[in-house]
Design a protein around this ligand. Structure first.
Ligand SMILES: [Zn+2]
Ligand SMILES: [Zn+2]
Length: 355
């Protein structure tokens, strides 16, 4: 049991208290599924619609809410890919690479190595900010649930699972696509509209596929076997984006991405663009930091916290299908409190508990 592990807060090792929790704190799944989440703040009965959320209370963690910067980031990544592809040297590079290794090896090993390298590089940066107190002090004002930090034991558990999923799910699925839907690796590189269109076509498949598979695995008959593991972290860390069962990794995380790729069969460079962009997105949205300039982490963080809302990656289908009502109500309430300079009781309690 890791739930007894000490939690590092502000340089001191503390035992978990009512307000400082490890990530393995057991959650009453049935109560959550029924919407009866009881966040007992400092032992007091809640005062807001039967419950007092201890989530995104720092106004600084909401600066990035619905920001345009994440769209700038997305367009920037797409444009960078387009720009690189337009350089004459890039065409020569692809021809030389294909001549040397062959299209299959680039599709298979190139995809796996590049996507894994991007995932680990950014994930380790987030991990450093989680585990090093000096680095953490620079970003803690953007932390959505600042009273929750993971332990080394929990991180080890997550990293083992990440490696397992990358080897036993990602690799075979990439092999399948490389074998039966091999992508072009020649110097016949796509222009702007194709790059843009493929990205948003893939994004549409991802939004729809992830949303509906995710709702399905929240069904009581599937939840315990497939998805419960991913919800072990109510305040996740970046690497926890791949902390899930093999089945979830196949059907929820990788399946929808590959469907878009197989339907459109773009140039290999566009598959790498989409993979890396989604990886950056999922690492940011699981990081529990809502840092301006990066992807808005509030949407998915709320899903881990509140469990019954925000099933999609972008929030679009949640808006359309109304699966984010409490989320919107709580954000509106926080904005109202910001406007009034309202001091949250849980913040005061937290400050007391961590002094
Ligand atoms: Zn879920
Ligand atoms: Zn998640």
């Amino acid at each position: 049991m890791i739930s007894d592990s000490p939690v590092v807060m502000g340089g001191a090792v503390r035992r978990p208290s009512a307000n400082v929790k490890t990530q393995n704190s057991k959650v009453d799944t049935k109560a959550k599924a029924n919407g009866n989440v009881n966040d007992n703040v400092n032992g007091k009965e809640s005062t807001y619609k039967g419950k007092e959320h201890n989530w995104a209370l720092q106004a600084s963690s909401r600066i990035n809410q619905d920001g345009v910067w994440q769209h700038v980031l997305t367009i920037g990544i797409i444009y960078l890919t387009y720009w690189i592809n337009q350089q004459p040297a890039t065409g020569r590079f692809y021809d030389a690479l294909t001549a040397k290794y062959g299209a299959f090896n680039i599709n298979m090993w190139g995809t796996w190595i590049v996507s894994s390298a991007v995932y680990w590089t950014l994930g380790l940066i987030f991990m450093a900010f989680d585990m090093n107190d000096t680095l953490h002090s620079y970003v803690k004002r953007f932390k959505i649930q600042p009273d929750r930090r993971v332990t080394w034991a929990e991180y080890r558990q997550v990293l083992v699972c990440v490696v397992k999923n990358q080897i036993f799910v990602n690799l075979p699925l990439i092999y399948g696509v490389s074998r039966w839907a091999i992508l072009d690796t020649s110097s016949n590189l796509p222009g702007w509209w194709k790059t843009f269109g493929v990205y948003f076509g893939c994004m549409f498949c991802e939004e729809a596929g992830f949303y509906f598979v995710h709702r399905l695995v929240h069904h009581p008959k599937l939840y315990a076997k497939i998805h419960k593991m991913h919800h072990q972290f109510t305040a996740p860390v970046a690497f926890a984006s791949t902390y899930c069962t093999l089945a979830e990794q196949v059907f929820s995380n990788i399946g929808p991405i590959l469907i878009g790729i197989v339907i459109m069969r773009p140039h290999w460079s566009l598959m790498i663009l989409f993979f890396c962009s989604l990886e950056i997105g999922t690492l940011c949205t699981h990081s529990d930091y809502n840092i301006p300039g990066l992807y808005d982490a509030l949407i998915h963080d709320w899903h881990h916290y509140a469990f019954t809302e925000n099933f999609g990656p972008t929030g679009l289908l949640d808006d359309i299908l109304g699966t984010n009502k409490q989320y919107k109500v709580w954000l509106a309430e926080l904005r109202r409190r910001d406007g009034e300079g309202w001091k949250h009781a849980a913040r005061t309690a937290l400050a007391d508990a961590t002094q």
